[in-house]
Design a binder for this molecule. Sequence first.
Ligand code: SAH
Length: 226
Amino acid sequence: MGKKFIDQLNFEFARKELTKELSQKGIKDPRVLEAIYQIPRHEFVDATFTSRAYQDMSLPIGHQQTISQPFVVAKMTELLIQGNVLDQKPLGAVLEIGTGCGYQTAILARFCRKVFSLERIEALSLRADNNLKKIGVDNCQLRWSDGTLGWPTPKKFDAIICTAAISQIPKKLKTQLELHGKLICPVGDGKKQHLLLLEKKSKDEFHETILDSVLFVPMLEGKVSE
Ligand code: SAH
């Protein structure tokens, strides 16, 4: 047997173990666990971190950014799809702020028609695009742009997910959310954050639920090409 083949088997085994761990930690939706099992997280990290790709932890991806912890990716996905996919109504357009390496994008892409994802660091956006192509995810559109300003052309989304923390949810994101859509975002500063789930009840009315404490990198304004 070739080394590549053995590596693949090991990765698959490690992913199975990770899904068991996430299920023990409270992820219930079998479709989310299946997504974690199917998406090769090791393709989204640098070779230095391959051996740690299936540990439930965030890892550096360069540019002082990280790939999110699998539990948090699974939890946020579960919250977004509840009442949609489970009712046999897949989501349409979903907006992600903070593409990073594209791992959360790949997971989300299994649950909606199309993911639109914004990243402020050009190099990361390009790398994520490669990562997603490499594993055959084609229902996503990435853009190098400041997510606090929302999607750059007028558009409404069935769901919005932010993967960087901010003290207050940008108004533009609330506007770009469809009626009855859900927006999930880590809210807080560098030390204390929690997930905030908004459900749009009318043009200016949102139902708010405060969820788990988390630790994300900060959402920053402006875009950089480094
Ligand atoms: N979704 C990623 C997590 C990436 S970390 C994953 O699956 O692992 C958060 C990312 O948000 C970083 O890459 C950071 O550069 C980006 N980010 C921070 N502020 C932003 C902004 N205003 N607009 C777009 N991206 C932003």
